[in-house]
Design a protein around this ligand. Structure first.
Ligand SMILES: [Zn+2]
Length: 83
């Protein structure tokens, strides 16, 4: 510890941390607000289904047209028919 460098950092850099930062080794489903344990590809069973349906990205984010996709998904589900 020979160096005695004094750095004054007056400039505060406003760093925006994106909320899609996830650790791959998470013990939780990667979907936001989901606290279930992941079972497939980092998702819990339910969200894995969402992911397959395009309702979630692999990062657990909802796509811009989530609402539309979700409605279509629910419609298909409530139809109860696997086409
Ligand atoms: Zn989940």
């Amino acid at each position: 510890m020979a160096e005695n460098k004094k750095t004054t950092n007056t400039e505060k850099i406003d760093k925006q941390v994106p909320n899609n930062v996830i650790s791959i080794t998470s013990a939780r489903c990667v979907a936001q607000d989901c606290k279930s344990k992941p079972s497939k590809a980092g998702f819990c069973d339910q969200h894995y289904e969402w992911f397959k349906e395009g309702l979630l990205t692999k990062e657990g984010q909802k796509p811009r047209d989530f609402d539309k996709k979700y409605h279509a998904f629910m419609k298909r589900k409530s139809a109860g028919k696997a086409a």
